[in-house]
Design a protein around this ligand. Structure first.
Ligand SMILES: Nc1ncnc2c1ncn2[C@@H]1O[C@H](COP(=O)(O)OP(=O)(O)OP(=O)(O)O)[C@@H](O)[C@H]1O
Ligand SMILES: [Mg+2]
Ligand SMILES: [Zn+2]
Length: 359
């Protein structure tokens, strides 16, 4: 069976991990000097390497190679990669989030390592733990037995109680830059025997918004059955519904060019995007433009890659606050009415025409 790219290209060593050098440095130092903590919290956007890094640390703590750890090749490293190592326990808190699940884990903690040197407990999606489950975990997190390491991973650290946060070493995973993503994609394309144009790969990278997994899924869709990938292919295959479309549509509105704006919309819808969904995405874009005008550090408030933040900054220079406000209001109204409308598309078009025919 075909295995998705993001699964077949999961990093086996720290060197293969991209964009998280600040974390790799800390962990490598701690591994080398034997000062690995007993509880970590890995935070950050989806698909940036939290689970991968948790497994890398688990491997490093059990790797039997003499050289750089983890080697990715010894028996322990390979067993951990396939989830067949007794002393590395992964719990998905999204589906096991109750007190009873934590109790089972706590019992497990009491046994010394069976085959390796260290026991590692990886609790993925930790923000899904119930309050009771969190409380049941506290004592163990604070004073686990020797040779035991806990790694909690989450996209949403704000949902975790302070009692958990204060017991963990927190490491924040960054969105990966488009340049690094594009380089990685190029390597992968070479390995899977697809010839890809540089601008095709940058376009995929820009649509990934800093998430390596999202980027690899897009790359997967674009390379299926393809020997040579061009930017046009990508635009066609991905339905061009990313930031590029929102920028183009907003540009047309800024120029009061209703004809152009309507044709951008028509193209998006022709590619199969649903009108209301597209309207909501565009609403988000307009909101982002507004935020950028006021926020000192907008990159922290927007769900966008740094490069896309730059693009939006550029566009926001051409807007004024009042214009953005009225466009947001106009579009919100259209979207709420669209919920009951037989043809939401028409309301979207009307809103666009109104925006373009402003005084
Ligand atoms: N920093 C990275 N370097 C290289 N590949 C990465 C990186 N981050 C993610 N990937 C790729 O994406 C896949 C998924 O990554 P991973 O499971 O570590 O993400 P995550 O941060 O745990 O995401 P989620 O929040 O959704 O659980 C990996 O198998 C790998 O192919
Ligand atoms: Mg994960
Ligand atoms: Zn090894």
């Amino acid at each position: 069976m075909y295995q998705a790219l993001y699964r077949s290209f999961r990093p086996e060593t720290f060197e293969e991990l991209i964009g998280q050098e600040h974390i790799v440095k800390i962990l490598k130092n701690q591994i080398k000097s034997g000062t690995v903590g007993h509880a970590y919290l890995f935070c950050g956007t989806r698909g940036t390497g939290k689970t991968t890094t948790a497994r890398l640390l688990a491997k490093a703590l059990n790797c039997t190679s003499e050289g750089e750890k983890p080697c990715g090749e010894c028996e322990a490293c390979r067993a951990i990669a396939t989830g067949n190592f007794l002393d590395v326990v992964e719990m998905d808190a999204a589906s096991n989030n109750g007190v009873d699940d934590v109790r089972i884990l706590r019992e497990e903690v009491n046994f010394p390592p069976a085959v390796g040197r260290n026991k590692v407990f990886i609790i993925d999606e930790a923000h899904m733990l119930t309050t009771a489950a969190c409380n049941a975990l506290l004592k163990t997190l604070e004073e686990p037995p020797a040779n035991t390491v806990f790694i909690l991973a989450t996209t949403d650290p704000n949902k975790l109680p302070a009692t958990i946060l204060s017991r963990c070493i927190r490491l924040d995973f960054r969105r990966v830059s488009e340049e690094m993503l594009a380089n990685r994609f190029e390597q992968i394309c070479r390995e899977i025997g697809v010839e890809a144009d540089a601008d095709a790969l940058s376009l995929i990278a820009s649509n990934a918004d800093g998430s390596v997994r999202d980027g690899l899924s897009l790359l997967d869709r674009c390379t299926a059955g393809q020997k040579h990938l061009t930017r046009e292919d990508v635009l066609f295959l991905l339905g061009m519904a990313g930031v590029e479309t929102h920028l183009a549509l907003t540009d047309a509105v800024l120029k009061k060019d209703a004809g152009e704006a309507l044709s951008v919309l028509a193209q998006v819808l022709a590619e199969g995007k649903e009108a209301s969904q597209f309207g909501r995405d565009w609403l988000e874009h307009l909101r982002n433009l507004l935020i950028i005008r006021f926020a000192k550090k907008p990159e922290n408030m927007l769900n966008l890659s740094l490069e896309n933040v730059e693009r939006l900054k550029e566009q926001s220079k051409a807007c004024d606050t009042e214009l953005l406000r009225s466009c947001l209001m106009e579009l919100s109204r259209a979207l709420s009415e669209a919920k009951w409308a037989p043809k939401p598309r028409i309301l979207l078009e009307l809103a666009i025409i109104k925006m373009c025919s402003r005084q």
